[in-house]
Every structure is written in structure tokens, then in C-alpha cells.
Write a protein that binds this ligand. Sequence first.
Ligand SMILES: *Cc1c(COP(=O)(O)O)cnc(C)c1O
Length: 422
Amino acid sequence: MDLDFDRNHIWHPYSSLIDPPPVYPVERAEGVRIFLEDGRGLIDGMSSWWSALHGYNVPELNAAMRGQIEKMSHVMFGGLTHEPAIALCKKLVEITPAPLRRVFLADSGSVSVEVAIKMALQYWQSQGRGEKCKLLALRNGYHGDTFGAMATCDPVTGMHHIFAGQLTQHFFAPAPQVKFGQACAEEDIAELRQLIEQHHTQLAAVILEPIVQGAGGMRFYSAEYLRRVRELCDEHGLLLIADEIATGFGRSGKLFACEHAGICPDILTLGKALTGGTMTMAAALCTDRVAEDICRGEAGVFMHGPTFMGNPLACAVSNASIDLLLSGPWQQRVASIEKHMQRALAPLKDTAAVADVRALGAIGVVEMHEPVKMMQVQEALIERGVWLRPFGKLVYTMPPYVISEDDLGQLTTAMVDVLGNL
Ligand SMILES: *Cc1c(COP(=O)(O)O)cnc(C)c1O
């Protein structure tokens, strides 16, 4: 591969073109392994950023894509419709909490967040309440890289502070401190309550990642906290947007993380694992009330419609991915990954450089006291046959659910070896 060309001409995520870090050339991927050009096979502990939950080169997903290609890869969604989209939206309505019955298919996670925000704004505009246009988000939150989404990311850790002057100014509550599994005291929610009480006349919605704050800190918080947020939204007539782009499809141990708290948001975003890690596709679901109020407003329609909306190929493979997930023992797999990670990563708790070790569902996190030297840690893990991408102080893994006990052992052993000897 022409790595010189890559280095000089191609942006990678959050990369420099003056001083680009090395990238590893990949030839193919199979099962839970990514195979480099030089023949080395690496266990993918990242599921290609939460998405490849069945691993790679999955026969069922390949068959769905091949079958769809023979019919049509794409047609516009304006004025046309097709079976893959109808089947997918039916499934999404069925498997998400019951009140979420209206589906918007978007082209990426960030776009689905834009769509969710626009839904919330249009909902209030329709009612003549255009002043309700601000959002309340949580610190340590992450909702994507486009402008609307960026404005809801943690203003400090959210990676987007250099655009701060160009972003809509929203309100931010402290990150939930009360951990997953713990009861939520009044003081844990006090500041959020205060912000809502103070600003609800300007607020359209609260936006959060339920239970697991992902890219903004890999933090797991109390289900009761989430329930309290839902109650506060109800008390003050605010919409709740749950961003399940990372947590959706079983990653946290429940099919959707909202289920830990037994709540239903007014708007839900899905992405990442939706297509089983094969293509880009996302969705924003909303309740009848939100959809109907939007459409009764001045515009009479919901004002969004991307070129590749409802892409049949992405819909077909999403259908196959969801079927494959739900027809298998995903709960047991995710539960046993959680157990394994809790046990296998526990020795790191005694390492001086390690601040915290935690696991929830098929997510394992080692938080260091200091930012890790990413390239050095990555190289050491690769020598042990493992692919991870540490970020700041966080070295974390969310492997495909189909990972074997042996491969999971190799993955966690590599983490313990490398991080235990930093
Ligand atoms: C990844 C992510 C997004 C953005 O999705 P993209 O497909 O990268 O645009 C938004 N919200 C959450 C919670 C995410 O994890």
C-alpha cells in the first residue's frame, strides 16, 4: 500500500497532516480479527468504534448486502419507498420502548443527533414557543462532530472547544457522579434540577447518553439518576433526547441502555451498531406527540431530508444484523464478557498508574492517572495481537459479542501486561 500517499494526502480521524502518526495497513478482517498487510492478525477490542458487534465478514450480513445489491443499492427516499426501509423501521419501532413509533433514517450518528435537535426545536416552534430553543446537556457528554451536535458535547473534554465562539451556547449540568448500581440522592441531581428550574422557559430538551457516557469519559452512571432526569423533564414539560448511538443493541447489557432505568425518551438516536458495523446509517425515533406536533406547525413537515436517506443497502444489512443479534444468545454473551472483564482487569486496580477499573456489559475501561502515550501503548498491544485505541487517560475495550473466551483472555491479558508495566 502507498503509505506515503496516505501520510501526505489523507485525513484520518482527528489527525495531523504535518506530523501524522503511523497508520497500520489492513488487508482484511474476519471474525474478531483485523489482519494487517504483513499477515499479523489482531483481536479487535474496539469493534471498529462500537459498531462491529458480530465481528467481521459475517456470512449473514454479506448475504443480505449481496442480495440487496442485485435489486438496488440506492434510490432516493423522497416520494419513493422500499421494503428494506419498511422492514427496518418496523423492527426499530418493535424493539425500542413502545411510545417511540416514528422513525427518521439518517446517514450517520452525528446527523441523527442534528435531526433529534431539530425535532425538539420544531416541536416547540409548532406550539408558538420558539423561545424554547436551548438544550441542557451533561458534562463529559459526547454527541458527535457536526455543529449542532458539537454544541452539546462537553465544552472542555468534548474536543470542540476551539469552535466555542461559533457554537450555540447551551446549558450544562455536572456529569453524574453517582455510579451505576448506586442509589441517587437528592444532592446528586440538585444542580441539574436547579438548572431546569431556572431555565426551563428557554429549554427545548435535555440531551444525554443514557447510563454510559462514551467518548467523553467512558463513565457508567446510576439508573436512578436517569429516572430522576426523566421525572424532572416531565415536571417541567421538557423533551428528553436519549443518544443511544454507542449503547444501542445490547452493549450495556440491555438491548437499549434506557431499559436499565425503565424509562422512555421522547426522542432516541441510534447508529454505530445499527448496520452491524458494515455501513454508515443511523436513526432518530420519536413519539407520536413529538411527530404530530411538528407536523401541525407552520412548516407542516419535518425539515430534513438527506440525499442518501433510507439507503436500501444499509437498511438491508441493518435488518440482517438485528435479526442475527436477536436470534442469538446476546444477553448471555454480553453478561459473560462483563464478568470476564471484571475478573481479568481487576489486578490493575493495584497498579499505581491506574486510577480506576470498571466494566459494564461488553465495555471494559481502565482509567489511568495520566494520559497514556497512545502510540507506545498501541504498539505494545499489537505485539500481543490486540487492537485498541486508547484516548487520553482511558484505555478501553468493547469487543464484538461473538468473541471467544480464549480471545477475550488474550485481550485482557494484553491490557494487564501492558498497563501493569507502564
Ligand atoms: C459516535 C457517537 C456519535 C456520533 O456518531 P457518528 O456516526 O460518528 O457521527 C454521537 N453520539 C454518541 C453517543 C456516539 O457515541
